[in-house]
Each structure stands twice: as structure tokens, then as C-alpha cells.
Ligand binder design. Structure first.
Ligand SMILES: [Zn+2]
Ligand SMILES: [Zn+2]
Length: 252
């Protein structure tokens, strides 16, 4: 059976755990992931964005306390040349300035070493620029992004399964904000049942109509023949509209 690597906050060693699809697949047991999903559905905005960002943050939190001194995880981070832009700044601002310093002191030291090593190999056919570029290229992915994308897959599978046969989830979803368009496309790729598809699309159409209604004032005032100015309230309505398309703002 296929296995996948994902973040598990209960792992005492380093938060990365190999598990089987059977462990992570949708289940109708009333266990924590289901209720976590239900709670996220009832909150404002896309529930998959919320849960994915939360998983990335849980990884960074565990990393801050345990992984900085974990050789295995430090090596994965070193190969990935640190974290992506988003998770680097989240680690710094939300979790651990000290952990960020320890991590990137290593990353910068390694970069300096690789630049020096590339310089020493002058005279070969490849250009210095090409050799440095190759040595600085990441050899792995951001572990925060890995945690997020694994959470996305798990929760999308659980959502699609819940909308197929769980009355409680169907009712909660029916009166919620629905997904961002990015996660709607992902949910539709997960082969939802006809009933689940109907709920997903009905909620999406309602939400798109509501968001466009909110935005219509700005669009109206953008017409040069209209004398009224765009107000702060008009601008304040935009994040909800943008989140509906591209998902939750990364740094909130
Ligand atoms: Zn989303
Ligand atoms: Zn990342």
C-alpha cells in the first residue's frame, strides 16, 4: 500500500511520520479530524485553507521546540535550503526568532561554503555562474509546505466523503462560506458523489454571488462618470472577495 509522509503533532521525536492511506483516509468515526473539519467548515472562509495553514504552523511550532536540535530534520531543512518565503517569515514572526537564526546561520554558512567550493574549481568547461547556481539549488521541498499539502489532501478527502453521506456535515456546509476556487477545483478532482457535487456547487454559487454583490460598489465607482469615491468600507470588503478566489491570506 502506498505510504505518504505527513506531519503528525503527536509524534514525540520530530513530527514527521510515515503512515498508510488506510490510516489517513476518510472515516465516518466521530474522531478528531472529522470534528476539526466540521469546526473549520463553520468558521469563516475556506475550511481547507484554514486547516492546511494550521498544519504548516503546527509543523513550525514543533520544529521550533524540538527539530532545531534534531539532526535528521536539520539535514532535510539543509537540503531544502531552508524554508519557502512564507514559512520562513511565519517561523520568524509567529514561532521562534531563535530557531530561525539557528536554521539560517547554517543555511548561509553552507551557501558561502558552496560558493567558495565552486570558485576553486576554475578552469573547468562549465561557467562559474552555472556551477554556483547548481550548488545553491534546493534538493528538497519546504517541510512547512509538505505539511500543508499533506493536510490539504487529507482534509479534502474527508470533506468529499463527509458531504456524500454525513447529514451533519452537509447541513454545516450548506450554511457556510464554502471553499476558495483553488480548493473547489481540488475537491472536484477528488471524484465527489453527485450529492456532494451538488452541495459544493450550490454553496459556491451563493458565495460568489454574495462576494460580487459586496464588490459591486467598487466596480460601480470605478466608472469615471460616477462622482462618488471608493470608501474604506468598500476596500475592507475586498479580502473576503480575494480569499474566495485564491484562498486565505498567507500572513494573517
Ligand atoms: Zn482554500
Ligand atoms: Zn513552505
Amino acid at each position: 500500500m502506498a505510504t505518504m509522509l505527513f506531519y503528525n503533532g503527536n509524534c514525540s521525536r520530530h513530527g514527521l511520520h510515515v503512515t498508510s492511506a488506510a490510516e489517513t483516509g476518510p472515516s465516518m468515526d466521530k474522531h478528531t479530524p472529522y470534528y476539526e473539519l466540521l469546526e473549520a467548515i463553520r468558521d469563516a472562509g475556506c475550511p481547507i485553507c484554514r486547516l492546511a495553514v494550521r498544519s504548516g504552523d503546527r509543523f513550525l511550532e514543533t520544529y521550533s521546540y524540538e527539530h532545531v536540535n534534531d539532526i535528521e530534520i536539520r539535514e532535510l531543512v539543509r537540503l531544502a535550503k531552508g524554508f519557502c518565503h512564507n514559512h520562513t517569515w511565519r517561523l520568524f514572526h509567529k514561532h521562534s526568532p531563535l530557531g530561525t537564526a539557528l536554521t539560517f546561520y547554517d543555511i548561509l554558512g553552507e551557501a558561502a561554503h558552496q560558493i567558495g567550493a565552486a570558485r576553486e574549481r576554475q578552469g573547468l568547461l562549465s561557467s562559474l555562474a552555472g556551477r554556483v547556481r547548481k550548488r545553491l539549488a534546493p534538493e528538497g521541498t519546504c517541510l512547512g509546505c509538505d505539511a500543508q499539502s499533506n493536510a490539504e489532501q487529507r482534509h479534502l478527502g474527508l470533506l468529499v466523503e463527509s458531504l456524500r453521506n454525513e447529514r451533519e456535515a452537509q447541513e454545516a456546509y450548506g450554511s457556510a462560506d464554502g471553499l476558495c476556487l483553488h480548493h473547489l477545483r481540488a475537491a472536484l478532482r477528488a471524484r465527489p458523489s453527485r450529492e456532494a457535487t451538488d452541495i459544493l456547487l450550490r454553496v459556491q454559487e451563493q458565495r460568489i454571488a454574495a462576494v460580487r454583490e459586496q464588490m459591486s460598489e467598487i466596480v460601480r465607482k470605478a466608472d469615471y462618470r460616477v462622482k462618488e469615491r471608493v470608501t474604506q468600507a468598500d476596500i475592507d470588503s475586498l479580502p473576503a472577495a480575494l480569499a474566495q478566489v485564491v484562498g486565505q491570506e498567507a500572513l494573517d
